[in-house]
Every structure is written in structure tokens, then in C-alpha cells.
Design a protein around this ligand. Structure first.
Ligand code: GDP
Ligand code: IMO
Ligand code: MG
Length: 421
């Protein structure tokens, strides 16, 4: 059996969607196990260009079965829209996309509260996607959540009624508008009616697949340093993002995970607040202009910075990374010199990422190595040997620091703009 976890080694948006899309050709199951529609995964292939939030990005592989595990939180309207979009594009997901009845629902009050909390925190806000992620996971672990399985009995109605009594009090206290029980109930009953054909307990399917030696491709959402425990708390997301989350989130025993692919951007980006040691503030610099990106979910401008090898090394250690998919190498083309952070210093002493918290990380000084860039356009390169020598050296520097081989190199956003080593 092969169980491949694909995880981002930075602060999200490393190019996991693209990596999963091209790795899915040999997968029997493609699955999401954490997060929700705060994720925005870009896939560009023969079907078109997509920004996917909930359906596994490997769904384009026609023989793959898509699973949305119980560890994922679901905004039903977003899932319905995504299913319709994929079916319309000819991807055909019906009969091969299954949603765990254990997954929790993002309710209207979760989105309202996410916004009210952010507004109330002002300058201290997290910069969330405002999709209700923090509040829905808080409800999940405080036994206040609503799951798809609740529709099978009258638990949905009674739990919703109880939650609205509680939530409306908080919403009103924070200056928001109270929600009406009947309206929310009817709206969600409507969603359930549409999604019922996709909801199915995944336990036996997953167990049978493992026993039958099938290949599973597990797609993490967010990135290693947005993990609730190992990220830059409190500037994190509300779910576990390291590969162990696939165990609880899908019911796959941890020892069955055979490969961990660390999707690693050739530079660094971050959306939202929180420390970012290699951030570039000079908006006129060539690097800033080259690295510029727009967030797939919220349309915000991503913060950008140089590659931070201390982060990559830490991510490799934390997740037991077995190989790296290095993305966006093409974006570095044209820079005469490239800065790479090789170490952090705090008060003159070397510190590792894990030695400091988010506020400490904000104070570390990066030790940079300046490496020569390349001027050639590499987007048409098909093999490692075709890359300029300095680009090859850059790749080797990443694998040396991480202690993990770079097996794939992204030279463009489309599926086939990938070098396999
Ligand atoms: P994800 O959240 O990890 O799936 O990443 P996003 O889709 O949010 O952001 C990654 C962005 O980089 C998207 O716009 C992708 O189309 C793009 N991308 C991915 N790999 C490459 C690559 O190798 N080269 C270039 N130029 N773009 C890439
Ligand atoms: P993908 O899967 C980048 C960030 C938000 C914010 C913090 C908390 O596309 O890589 P949340 O809405 O989760 O409560 O916000 O986490 N964040 C992401 N940043 N990529 C993502 O997903 C993200 N999902 C959440 O910007 O800083
Ligand atoms: Mg993204």
C-alpha cells in the first residue's frame, strides 16, 4: 500500500493543488483531511483553470475516488457550487466523491463570529479568511458542533435551536444581527437534500482500500506553519496541518503513511498577520515585483519574502518528509542575485524555529547567503539538465538543507510544467 501525504512546508499556497493534480495519475483515492474552504488550491490542466476549496484537487484523475474526511469542515453552499462547477467542466464527480458524515458544518453564525472577532481585535487581528474556520473548530472541540450525521435524526433541529440561542446572544453583544431559526433550518435542510447522495461513512472504504494495497493521495490544506500547535500561534489556522492530521481526519493509521511530499515554494509567501522573518518590504524591489501573488480564496495580496531554509528544515523534520516538490522556480528567473535565509540569530545566538514563539520569531535576524541567479526563461525546461547551472545549484541547496531529495520542480503553473527528477 502507498499512502502519500502532500503537505505545504511554509505558510500555505505552496502549490499543493498543482502537485496533487499531477501526482493523482497514479492514485486510487484522493482525499482532504483537514481545514475547510479557507483553502484555495489552483489547478491548471486539460479541463481548464480552477480554484478549488473543498473537493480534493486530484479529482481530475478519472479513476480516482475523492474523499472528504471527517477532519474537514464544510460550508455546504461552497461544496455544492464546486461540485456543480466540476460537473459542468466535464470532470464528472458523481458516484466517486464521498463526504464523511462526521465532517462538521460551517453555519452562518460561524462566519458572522469570525468577522466580529476579527473586527473587535483591530490591529491585533489574525487576518483570517473570514470563512468561519476558527469558530467552527472551536464548536467542534467544545461539543457544540453540527455534523452531517445529525440530519439522520432530529438532532439537527434541536442542536441548531440550542446553538442559535447561545450564538445570538454573543452576536447581539458584539453588535451583530441575530439569526432566525426557521430560516437557517430551511437553508441547511436544502443543502442536505442536495448533498445527501455524496454523504457516506468512509471507514470501510478506507480500510478495504488499505487492505487491497490501493494508493492514497492525501492533500493537506494550509501549510506546516499555520498548524495550530507547530505554527506561529496565535497567527495560525484552527486545524492540525502536519501529516498526523490525516490519521484522525480520515481514519488512516499513522504507520500506514509511506511518503510525505513537502511542497515547497522557491521563495516565501504569507497571507494574514504573523511573523515572517524573510519578508521583503521594499515594494519597488525587483524581487517584490517578481514574487507578487494574489490569494486564491480571498483575493488579498500575499506578503512575499526570500526562501527561508530554517522553515523548510523544520517542516521536513516535523512531518518526516520523504521528498520535496519545489515549486515556482521559474519565478526566480531574471534576478541577478537571490537571498536565502540559512539561519536565525536572536541576541547574537543561533536559534532554531522551535526555540522561539511567534513574538520571538518576529525579532530574529536572518543570516542570508547571497547566491547568483539566472537570466534564462526556464518555463520550457523538461529535465534537470536543461536548467541553468545556478538554478541547479539552488535546487541542490534546498535538498541539502532539508536533507530530503527534490523530486519534482515546478517551472510554470500548468500540470505539465513540471520537471521530474
Ligand atoms: P496551494 O494553496 O498550495 O494549492 O497554492 P495556491 O494555488 O493557493 O497558490 C499557488 C500559485 O502558484 C497558484 O497561482 C498556482 O497556479 C501557481 N503555481 C504553482 N506551481 C507553480 C510553478 O511551478 N510555477 C509558477 N509560475 N506558478 C505555479
Ligand atoms: P491553502 O490551503 C494561506 C491563513 C489566513 C490567516 C490564518 C487563519 O490555500 O494553502 P483562517 O481563515 O484559517 O482562520 O485564517 O490562516 N490561511 C491561509 N493562508 N493559504 C491557505 O490555504 C490558508 N488558509 C488559512 O490567511 O492568516
Ligand atoms: Mg492556496
Amino acid at each position: 500500500m502507498t499512502v502519500i501525504a502532500v503537505i505545504g512546508s511554509q505558510w500555505g499556497d505552496e502549490g499543493k493543488g498543482k502537485a496533487v493534480d499531477f501526482l493523482a495519475e497514479r492514485a486510487d483515492y484522493v482525499a482532504r483531511f483537514n481545514g475547510g474552504n479557507n483553502a484555495g488550491h489552483t489547478v491548471i490542466n486539460e479541463y481548464g483553470a480552477f480554484k478549488i476549496h473543498l473537493v480534493p484537487s486530484g479529482i481530475f484523475a478519472k479513476n480516482a475516488v475523492g474523499l472528504i474526511g471527517g477532519g474537514v469542515v464544510i460550508d455546504p453552499a461552497v461544496l455544492i457550487e464546486e461540485i456543480e462547477m466540476l460537473n459542468k467542466a466535464g470532470v464528472g464527480v458523481d458516484g466517486r466523491l464521498w463526504v464523511s458524515p462526521r465532517s462538521h458544518l460551517i453555519m452562518p453564525y460561524h462566519k458572522i463570529l469570525d468577522g466580529l472577532y476579527e473586527d473587535a481585535k483591530g490591529a491585533g487581528a489574525t487576518g483570517t479568511t473570514r470563512r468561519g474556520i476558527g469558530p467552527v473548530f472551536a464548536d467542534k472541540v467544545s461539543y457544540n458542533g453540527i455534523r452531517w450525521s445529525d440530519f439522520a435524526s432530529d438532532a439537527f433541529e434541536s442542536r441548531l435551536q440550542m446553538q442559535l440561542e447561545l450564538k445570538n446572544k454573543i452576536i447581539l453583544a458584539l453588535g451583530g444581527e441575530a439569526l432566525k431559526y426557521e430560516a437557517v433550518r430551511d437553508e441547511y435542510r436544502g443543502y442536505y437534500a442536495k448533498l445527501k447522495p455524496y454523504i457516506r461513512e468512509l471507514f470501510s472504504m478506507v480500510q478495504d482500500g488499505l487492505k487491497a494495497d490501493k494508493t492514497f493521495l492525501l492533500e493537506q490544506a494550509m501549510g506546516t506553519f499555520l498548524d495550530t500547535d507547530w505554527g506561529t500561534y496565535p497567527f495560525v489556522t484552527a486545524s492540525t496541518t502536519i501529516p498526523s492530521a490525516a490519521s484522525a481526519g480520515l481514519g488512516i493509521p499513522p504507520r500506514y503513511i509511506t511518503n510525505v511530499v513537502g511542497v515547497t515554494k522557491a521563495y516565501t509567501t504569507r497571507v494574514g498577520a504573523g511573523p515572517m522573518p524573510t519578508e521583503i518590504h521594499d515594494t519597488d524591489s525587483e524581487a517584490y515585483k517578481n514574487f507578487g501573488e494574489v490569494a486564491a480564496t480571498t483575493g488579498r495580496t500575499r506578503r512575499v519574502g526570500w526562501l527561508d531554509l530554517e522553515l523548510i528544515k523544520t517542516a521536513a523534520q516535523l512531518s518526516g518528509m520523504t521528498e520535496i516538490c519545489l515549486t515556482k522556480l521559474d519565478v526566480l528567473s531574471g534576478l541577478k542575485e537571490i537571498q536565502v535565509c540559512v539561519e536565525y540569530k536572536l541576541n547574537g545566538e543561533t536559534v532554531r524555529y522551535a526555540d522561539v514563539d511567534a513574538y520571538g520569531l518576529d525579532k530574529v535576524a536572518c543570516v542570508y547567503e547571497t547566491v547568483p541567479g539566472w537570466s534564462e526563461d526556464i518555463s520550457k525546461a523538461k529535465s534537470f539538465d536543461e536548467l541553468p547551472v545556478n538554478a541547479q545549484k539552488y535546487v541542490k541547496m534546498v535538498e541539502e538543507a532539508a536533507g530530503v531529495p527534490v523530486r519534482w520542480i515546478g517551472v510554470g503553473p500548468a500540470r505539465d510544467e513540471t520537471i521530474r527528477r
